[in-house]
Design a protein around this ligand. Sequence first.
Ligand code: C2O
Ligand code: CU
Length: 595
Amino acid sequence: MLLDLVVSVLAAGAWIASALVRNRLLVSFAIAATAARAVTVALLAGSGWWFVQDKVTLTLPLLLAFAVVAMVRRTPTAYLAAGYAALAGPVFTLLHGYPATWTSGLITVALVGGGATLTARVRGATRLRAAAVASATVLMVGVVLSFVAAPSAVDSFGTVSLSSLRGPDSPVPGGTVRRFDLTARQATVTLASGATVRAWTFNGQVPGPPLTAAVGDLVEVTLHNADIAGGADGRSASSRGGVTLHWHGYDVPAAEDGVPGLTQDAVAPGQSFVYRFRADRAGTYWYHTHEVSNEGVRMGLYGSLVVTGSAPSPAGVDLTLPLHTFNGSTVVGASDVVESRSVVPGTTVRLRLINTDNTPRVVGVVGSPVRVAAVDGTDLNEPDPVEEAGLRIAAGGRYDVTFTMPDRPVALRIAHSSSGLSFLPPGASVAPSADVGSWPVLDLLHYGHPAATPFGAGSRFDRSFTLVLDRGLAGTSYAYTVNGDAFPDVPTEVVRQGDLVRFTIVNRSQDIHPWHLHGHRVLVLSRDGSAPTGSPLWLDTFDVRPGEVWQVAFRADNPGIWMNHCHNLAHADQGMVLHLAYEGVRSDFHGAHGG
Ligand code: C2O
Ligand code: CU
């Protein structure tokens, strides 16, 4: 992608220079760079049509056409036009991206043609003016058409009200009701190092209180809002204010999902809201506000949700450790320094690591082999012990890491951070250290052992959707886009209950996009065309890195309207959000925002 950009700029430079100074060599160089561009596009096409669609259908033909004209006419104007055409490639990719449409194509052609005419020293001012007027007209028509054609989300149809899709109000027989009260309020929190943070908290603490339950229980959480009203930085977008609770990775009934403007109204200061759902699957999850979530989560409105199996869990050390960045330093659990704890050799240790930041985090365990027992709440099949492996957790993702305490010290270390956790056998005092960021990263697609899944790459899918992630102009902002649009203009994906659904997710941009679908966990079918060779991977948040293509699948078994978004919440805030709606379900809230 980068190479293609460089070649385009070189070609543009050479053509434009040829227009200014007469030089055979320059012209040959321009021709060579133009040919090279065709090669880079062909190479890029090997990774998938999505990466070259705009180039193949628009900017490359444009460049070639103008280059041919320039070679035949050999006038400065023709050279200049070829230069602009070459420049249109990267400019189009950066500003508009995927997909190239008729309107965007018209605008581009008009700009190249009009631009060359206007800047060239053409004899005959009338011709010049006519051309300028013509291209301006084409431009206006293109712009108007693109507004008329703008699609939008459809969440207000259907006969089933989303608000009716609430959780049950009793546990299963034998289960208990777990009641929690969470009050969102501003507080100044003092960390272990002595540093203080002005935070948004649940019950005055960061992270919020850990919520735990056993399979079969009913979880009932009452959320109160004391004083979370607007943005900490006074942005107008934050004036919506308020708080909600979203159960990240836990597939609760739709009305309990905590998305303001879609499943409920945000809870304003002085108000409260009761969430109820059954604990029906064991694992490590988390909760966070979904109102102005980029700011809210960053400021501290998050906590862990751990559900244990119905059988009593084996004795051992079981720690839940959200990783979060406050003022540039990493808080592991609730501490920003390396805490030590004494552990008797032979003890089983389970670390439930939760990445609550916007970008991936790499962690490692020094001094003992570990197993990644579970990812995103689901156990992996036969995970092998690994040593000196970087464990890279996607934003929003969770790794359950286990090891048996040896008779020497062990340490959890976090790349680019001085915080961590030490495990010392009695008598020991010094924990080992290592730069875990330099360890090879464990690839989950090749970890553990295969097992049967209810569906797979060979299944017949009832619906298939493609999401091309990019950056570009959407409306008036330079947004993070899905198929060229930004929320709320990304068309809603509609499924029917029972459908087997496949998503293809393509990252054309230079950023990592941790993709997250609410209400469902997805099975990974492939990454860049290769299927996983290890354990089946059920994830709710996975990093789609630049240039990657992922295929995932899920069963539509949880009716509602669900957010489907990038969990780099800053990207979500700038448009990288859409909805997945079940046929017949309608939202009663008209917030038209994704929180
Ligand atoms: Cu954890 Cu919609 O997010
Ligand atoms: Cu993103």
